[in-house]
Design a protein around this ligand. Structure first.
Ligand code: 5GP
Ligand code: MG
Length: 198
Protein backbone atom coordinates (compact mmCIF):
# COMPACT_ATOMS: atom_id res chain seq x y z
CA UNK A 1 0.00 0.00 0.00
CA UNK A 2 1.23 3.46 -0.84
CA UNK A 3 1.39 5.84 2.08
CA UNK A 4 -1.45 8.34 1.83
CA UNK A 5 0.59 10.73 4.03
CA UNK A 6 3.06 11.02 1.21
CA UNK A 7 1.72 14.25 -0.28
CA UNK A 8 4.45 16.32 -1.92
CA UNK A 9 5.13 19.89 -0.76
CA UNK A 10 3.88 22.50 -3.22
CA UNK A 11 6.61 24.98 -4.12
CA UNK A 12 5.35 28.58 -4.57
CA UNK A 13 6.49 30.52 -7.69
CA UNK A 14 8.57 33.03 -5.70
CA UNK A 15 12.30 32.79 -6.46
CA UNK A 16 15.16 33.35 -4.04
CA UNK A 17 18.38 35.10 -5.13
CA UNK A 18 20.96 32.86 -6.76
CA UNK A 19 24.37 32.40 -5.13
CA UNK A 20 27.13 34.57 -6.66
CA UNK A 21 28.87 31.50 -8.01
CA UNK A 22 25.83 30.58 -10.14
CA UNK A 23 25.67 31.42 -13.86
CA UNK A 24 23.66 34.51 -14.88
CA UNK A 25 21.36 32.28 -16.95
CA UNK A 26 19.83 31.13 -13.66
CA UNK A 27 17.17 33.66 -12.65
CA UNK A 28 16.79 32.49 -9.09
CA UNK A 29 16.53 29.51 -6.75
CA UNK A 30 13.33 27.53 -6.44
CA UNK A 31 14.45 24.68 -4.15
CA UNK A 32 17.59 24.84 -1.99
CA UNK A 33 20.02 22.00 -1.41
CA UNK A 34 18.82 21.65 2.20
CA UNK A 35 15.17 21.44 1.12
CA UNK A 36 16.04 18.85 -1.51
CA UNK A 37 17.90 16.61 0.92
CA UNK A 38 15.27 16.89 3.66
CA UNK A 39 12.49 15.88 1.29
CA UNK A 40 14.53 13.09 -0.31
CA UNK A 41 15.28 11.67 3.14
CA UNK A 42 11.53 11.60 3.90
CA UNK A 43 10.75 10.06 0.51
CA UNK A 44 13.40 7.36 1.00
CA UNK A 45 11.82 6.52 4.35
CA UNK A 46 8.36 6.05 2.80
CA UNK A 47 9.75 3.96 -0.08
CA UNK A 48 11.78 1.79 2.32
CA UNK A 49 8.69 1.13 4.44
CA UNK A 50 6.59 0.26 1.39
CA UNK A 51 9.06 -2.31 0.02
CA UNK A 52 10.21 -3.83 3.31
CA UNK A 53 12.81 -6.51 2.61
CA UNK A 54 11.99 -7.05 -1.06
CA UNK A 55 14.80 -6.32 -3.45
CA UNK A 56 13.93 -3.46 -5.79
CA UNK A 57 15.33 -2.83 -9.23
CA UNK A 58 15.74 0.91 -9.49
CA UNK A 59 15.58 2.09 -13.10
CA UNK A 60 16.88 5.63 -13.47
CA UNK A 61 16.09 7.61 -16.60
CA UNK A 62 19.26 9.25 -17.90
CA UNK A 63 20.67 11.83 -17.53
CA UNK A 64 18.64 14.13 -15.34
CA UNK A 65 18.18 11.64 -12.48
CA UNK A 66 21.85 11.19 -11.59
CA UNK A 67 21.92 13.44 -8.51
CA UNK A 68 18.46 12.46 -7.27
CA UNK A 69 19.19 8.76 -7.73
CA UNK A 70 22.49 9.03 -5.85
CA UNK A 71 20.91 10.84 -2.90
CA UNK A 72 17.73 8.75 -2.85
CA UNK A 73 19.31 5.30 -3.12
CA UNK A 74 21.88 6.03 -0.40
CA UNK A 75 18.99 6.70 1.97
CA UNK A 76 17.01 3.53 1.17
CA UNK A 77 17.10 0.63 3.59
CA UNK A 78 15.76 -1.87 1.00
CA UNK A 79 18.13 -4.06 -0.99
CA UNK A 80 18.47 -2.64 -4.51
CA UNK A 81 19.89 -3.21 -7.94
CA UNK A 82 20.39 -0.14 -10.10
CA UNK A 83 20.08 0.17 -13.87
CA UNK A 84 19.62 3.05 -16.28
CA UNK A 85 17.55 3.61 -19.34
CA UNK A 86 18.28 6.44 -21.73
CA UNK A 87 15.47 8.38 -23.32
CA UNK A 88 15.68 11.96 -24.37
CA UNK A 89 12.97 14.39 -25.36
CA UNK A 90 14.63 17.77 -24.88
CA UNK A 91 17.28 18.45 -27.48
CA UNK A 92 19.15 21.76 -26.97
CA UNK A 93 15.91 23.58 -26.32
CA UNK A 94 13.25 24.00 -23.68
CA UNK A 95 10.44 22.54 -25.76
CA UNK A 96 9.74 18.83 -26.11
CA UNK A 97 11.07 17.27 -29.28
CA UNK A 98 11.05 13.69 -30.55
CA UNK A 99 11.56 10.94 -27.97
CA UNK A 100 14.79 9.11 -28.61
CA UNK A 101 15.96 5.86 -26.95
CA UNK A 102 19.64 6.34 -26.18
CA UNK A 103 20.41 3.47 -23.77
CA UNK A 104 18.76 0.10 -23.16
CA UNK A 105 18.39 -1.73 -19.83
CA UNK A 106 21.01 -4.30 -18.80
CA UNK A 107 19.13 -6.14 -16.03
CA UNK A 108 16.40 -8.77 -16.38
CA UNK A 109 13.13 -7.34 -15.05
CA UNK A 110 10.91 -10.41 -15.28
CA UNK A 111 9.18 -11.07 -11.91
CA UNK A 112 11.15 -8.27 -10.29
CA UNK A 113 9.84 -5.33 -8.28
CA UNK A 114 10.74 -2.28 -10.36
CA UNK A 115 10.86 1.37 -9.36
CA UNK A 116 11.31 3.75 -12.30
CA UNK A 117 12.87 7.07 -11.25
CA UNK A 118 12.79 10.29 -13.28
CA UNK A 119 13.83 13.84 -12.55
CA UNK A 120 10.65 15.61 -13.60
CA UNK A 121 7.18 14.74 -14.78
CA UNK A 122 5.98 17.38 -17.21
CA UNK A 123 3.92 16.39 -20.27
CA UNK A 124 4.21 12.75 -19.22
CA UNK A 125 5.42 11.29 -22.51
CA UNK A 126 8.84 10.24 -21.20
CA UNK A 127 7.51 8.33 -18.21
CA UNK A 128 4.75 6.83 -20.33
CA UNK A 129 7.27 5.49 -22.85
CA UNK A 130 9.48 3.96 -20.15
CA UNK A 131 6.49 2.43 -18.33
CA UNK A 132 5.38 0.79 -21.57
CA UNK A 133 8.88 -0.57 -22.15
CA UNK A 134 9.26 -1.93 -18.60
CA UNK A 135 5.76 -3.47 -18.56
CA UNK A 136 6.60 -5.47 -21.69
CA UNK A 137 9.39 -7.14 -19.66
CA UNK A 138 6.83 -8.60 -17.17
CA UNK A 139 7.99 -7.24 -13.82
CA UNK A 140 6.22 -8.45 -10.66
CA UNK A 141 5.20 -4.87 -10.03
CA UNK A 142 6.08 -1.42 -11.27
CA UNK A 143 6.05 1.88 -9.45
CA UNK A 144 7.29 5.31 -10.42
CA UNK A 145 9.08 8.06 -8.54
CA UNK A 146 9.82 11.59 -9.72
CA UNK A 147 11.67 14.36 -7.92
CA UNK A 148 9.58 17.15 -9.44
CA UNK A 149 6.12 17.35 -10.90
CA UNK A 150 4.60 20.13 -12.99
CA UNK A 151 0.87 19.89 -13.30
CA UNK A 152 -0.10 22.09 -16.23
CA UNK A 153 0.75 20.24 -19.42
CA UNK A 154 0.01 16.57 -18.72
CA UNK A 155 -1.39 14.90 -21.85
CA UNK A 156 -1.25 11.16 -21.08
CA UNK A 157 -2.99 10.50 -17.74
CA UNK A 158 0.23 9.57 -15.94
CA UNK A 159 0.69 9.91 -12.19
CA UNK A 160 3.83 9.02 -10.30
CA UNK A 161 3.53 6.91 -7.13
CA UNK A 162 6.19 8.93 -5.30
CA UNK A 163 6.65 12.67 -5.91
CA UNK A 164 9.30 14.90 -4.33
CA UNK A 165 7.88 18.36 -4.98
CA UNK A 166 5.10 19.96 -6.99
CA UNK A 167 6.51 22.99 -8.82
CA UNK A 168 5.12 25.88 -10.88
CA UNK A 169 5.49 25.87 -14.66
CA UNK A 170 9.10 27.08 -14.88
CA UNK A 171 11.92 25.56 -16.89
CA UNK A 172 14.19 24.40 -14.08
CA UNK A 173 17.88 23.50 -14.08
CA UNK A 174 20.38 22.17 -11.56
CA UNK A 175 20.63 19.07 -9.36
CA UNK A 176 20.85 16.92 -12.50
CA UNK A 177 18.51 18.91 -14.71
CA UNK A 178 20.05 20.61 -17.72
CA UNK A 179 19.65 23.16 -20.42
CA UNK A 180 21.65 21.91 -23.44
CA UNK A 181 23.60 19.60 -21.05
CA UNK A 182 24.66 22.57 -18.90
CA UNK A 183 23.92 23.39 -15.23
CA UNK A 184 23.42 19.75 -14.13
CA UNK A 185 26.06 20.18 -11.42
CA UNK A 186 24.36 23.07 -9.60
CA UNK A 187 23.57 22.02 -6.03
CA UNK A 188 20.03 23.44 -5.90
CA UNK A 189 17.13 23.72 -8.33
CA UNK A 190 17.05 27.05 -10.14
CA UNK A 191 14.89 28.65 -12.81
CA UNK A 192 16.38 29.27 -16.23
CA UNK A 193 16.21 32.85 -17.47
CA UNK A 194 15.07 32.07 -20.99
CA UNK A 195 15.88 35.59 -22.20
CA UNK A 196 19.58 34.82 -21.59
CA UNK A 197 19.47 32.15 -24.23
CA UNK A 198 19.66 33.64 -27.70
P1 5GP B 1 7.71 14.91 -20.31
O1 5GP B 1 7.96 13.76 -21.26
O2 5GP B 1 7.02 14.53 -19.03
O3 5GP B 1 7.07 16.08 -20.99
O4 5GP B 1 9.11 15.48 -19.93
C1 5GP B 1 9.90 14.86 -19.02
C2 5GP B 1 11.35 15.06 -19.38
O5 5GP B 1 11.54 16.35 -19.96
C3 5GP B 1 12.14 15.01 -18.13
O6 5GP B 1 12.72 13.73 -17.97
C4 5GP B 1 13.17 16.08 -18.34
O7 5GP B 1 14.31 15.50 -18.91
C5 5GP B 1 12.57 17.03 -19.34
N1 5GP B 1 12.01 18.25 -18.69
C6 5GP B 1 10.71 18.56 -18.48
N2 5GP B 1 10.58 19.73 -17.85
C7 5GP B 1 11.85 20.18 -17.63
C8 5GP B 1 12.39 21.35 -16.98
O8 5GP B 1 11.71 22.24 -16.45
N3 5GP B 1 13.75 21.43 -16.96
C9 5GP B 1 14.58 20.50 -17.52
N4 5GP B 1 15.88 20.71 -17.42
N5 5GP B 1 14.09 19.38 -18.11
C10 5GP B 1 12.75 19.24 -18.17
MG1 MG C 1 14.99 13.52 -18.29
Amino acid sequence: MLDSQNTPPIIPPKLRPRPQSYPAAVKGILISEEELLARITALACVISQDYGNDEVVIVGILTGTIMFLADLTRRLSVPTQIDFVGISSYRDQTRAGQLEMIKKLNLELQNRRVLVVDDILDGGRTLQAVIKDVRSLNPQDLRTCVLLEKTVRRTPPIKADYVGFRIPDYFVVGYGLDYAERYRNLRSIGVLDETQIA
